[in-house]
Design a binder for this molecule. Structure first.
Ligand code: G16
Length: 548
């Protein structure tokens, strides 16, 4: 790689270059329009004064990943970056990027991914900037990037790199003009971190003793990570990691680890040949799904179980400082925090809101209903980390997933929980539902809908306890008498139309009925919320598209 010739190319602000819940996500066709990626990447560079700094760069291997890596390398060199650390073949999982930024003391990183969204030429692409703590850029930095995107007039780039792809495939250090490019193995550092946190000997012993598992990598980035860690280092039988080869289009699948999109695994875990433990991760490796033999662990419950048992793993043996969850995540982890006498936090949706709590040592574990769980070991959610913490707990407790879950509910009670998604909505219609409900919030307490009475109605705002920054308009919360809650918000990660998410929960105490069907247990809160929010009336939808 060589190139000292810097070109300054004229451009102009592009409508829609505004990050959502997690970076900028668009269709590949949009991202690959001439100048589109370049304009947004330059807005990031303008916002972060990159000269002389070191960054990490990698993505989940989806279609357009390599092209985007080559472009960002050329732009980094042209913007005076001193050094870029890149995953071999442009591959790095999101948690691995976070770890590398922290381990190498880098100034930040660029993650190329649209997470769980489908890939391929007709799929989605995304670019996210993470700061030097390894976490997604906080609101202040994101706003600065948006401001730069709104006034951009040119971008800087060096000449073509005909050998970029060849270079990316070879571990080593190269020069690109005055910039150093270090190509690293994507798995090694991450796997070493996992060995520090978890008792690999105990897990290996459990597996040697006949414990079986299946991990579905969904043809996404965790394939190589899971194969190395679960099969090579922990001794799971070859083939325990399925769909292990990352593909540019994820094999045509939708790499979102939930009972709908990871149905193959879900069904297998409920079938006659189910192993003891099943798990899946998403496109970029930060989400997780946990399934025991015959039993699905809802992400909110998973966070609570992990919080209650984290001390069984060496990395958390001294206990945890606090637990943070996003607002639409169930209150299950709050109950654990209360019992442990530690702080519980409720943040807006988006991992970036956990960063300050983790940095300040106020929270050790964080989690979201959207299948994200993580800890202060990095500043992203981490799919394989959650799998390994579960395995460590199973090895120590020597009980099944089902027994651990039931025991948890019998101790803390059960927060029945489900998310109903109304997808592909007309954006104006979706906005109208939210606006209408928001206007009526003050009038709702005391009103009865279906069989439930609203006890409180809130437009969720969050004041960060560390830096005092305020985030408003983060979703609407309806609390009902009798321990039910519903939350409504619009997705911030989609690329087409709008998605209305309705999150529903109902608490059952430890001596209550703990083994009901979830949708049946939630039927009252579903009926009440659909009515209060006028969903059918305003959207013309009688039922959600996805129930998870
Ligand atoms: C991203 C964020 C998560 C957040 C999720 C919500 O996940 O990183 O913190 O919970 O979006 O998505 P939505 O706005 O669609 O509800 P990911 O895995 O897509 O990066």
């Amino acid at each position: 790689m060589q190139s000292n010739d810097v070109h300054t190319i004229e451009t102009a602000p592009i409508t829609g270059q505004k990050p959502g819940t997690s970076g900028l996500r668009k269709k590949v066709a949009v991202f690959s329009e001439p100048g589109y990626l370049e304009t947004y990447a330059q807005a990031i560079f303008n916002a972060i004064t990159p000269a002389g700094k070191t960054f990490v760069l990698g993505g989940d291997g989806r279609f357009f990943n390599s092209d985007a890596i080559a472009t960002i390398l050329r732009m980094a060199a042209a913007n005076g970056v001193a050094k870029i650390i890149v995953g071999q073949n442009g591959i790095l999982s999101t948690p691995a990027v976070s770890h590398l930024i922290r381990k190498r003391g880098a100034d930040g990183g660029f993650i190329l991914s649209a997470s769980h969204n489908p890939g391929g030429p007709n799929g989605d692409f995304g670019l996210k900037y993470n700061t030097e703590n390894g976490g997604p850029a906080p609101e202040a930095t994101t706003n600065k990037i948006v401001a730069c995107a709104e006034e951009i007039s040119s971008y800087r780039i060096t000449g073509d790199l005909p050998d970029a792809l060849e270079v990316l495939s070879n571990i080593g250090t190269y020069a690109l003009g005055d910039m150093e490019v270090e190509i690293v193995d994507p798995v090694v550092d991450y796997a070493a971190l996992m060995e520090e946190l978890f008792d690999f000997n105990a897990i290996r012993k459990m597996i040697d003793g006949g414990f079986t598992l299946r991990f579905d990598a969904m043809h996404a980035v965790t394939g190589p990570y899971a194969t190395e860690i679960l099969e090579h280092r922990l001794g799971a039988a070859p083939g325990s990691v399925v769909n292990a080869v990352p593909l540019e289009d994820f094999g045509g699948g939708h790499p979102d680890p939930n009972p709908v999109w990871a149905k193959e695994l879900f069904d297998h875990m409920h079938g006659p040949d189910a192993p003891d433990f099943g798990a899946a991760s998403d496109g970029d490796g930060d989400r997780n799904m946990i399934v025991g033999r015959g039993i699905y662990v809802a992400p909110s419950d998973s966070l609570a179980v992990l919080a209650a048992n984290a001390h069984l793993a060496p990395g958390y043996a001294r206990g945890i400082a606090g637990v943070a969850r996003s607002m639409p995540t169930s209150a299950a982890s709050d109950r654990v925090a209360e019992k442990l006498g530690i702080e519980a936090f409720q943040t807006p949706t988006g991992w970036k809101f956990f960063g300050n709590l983790l940095d300040a040592g106020r929270a050790t574990l964080c989690g979201e209903e959207s299948a994200g769980t993580g800890s202060d070991h990095v500043r992203e959610k981490d799919g394989l980390w959650a799998v390994l913490l579960w395995l460590n707990i199973l090895a120590v407790r020597d009980e099944s997933v089902a027994d651990i879950l039931l025991d948890h509910w019998q101790t803390y009670g059960r927060d029945y929980y489900s998310r109903h998604d109304y997808e592909g909505l007309d954006t104006d219609a979706a906005n109208a539902v939210m606006a209408d409900l928001k206007t009526r919030l003050p009038t709702l307490p005391g009103q009865t809908a279906a069989s439930l009475t609203v006890s409180a109605a809130e437009d969720f705002a969050y004041t960060d306890p560390i830096d005092g920054s305020v985030a408003t308009g983060q979703g609407l919360i309806l609390t009902y008498e009798g321990g039910a809650r519903a939350m409504l918000r619009l997705s911030g990660t989609g690329t087409e139309g709008a998605t209305l998410r309705v999150y529903l929960e109902q608490y059952a105490p430890p001596d209550g009925d703990l083994t009901r069907d979830t949708q049946e247990a939630l039927s009252d809160v579903i009926a009440a919320t659909t009515q209060v929010a006028k969903i059918e009336k305003m959207l013309g939808r009688a039922a959600p598209d996805v129930i998870s």
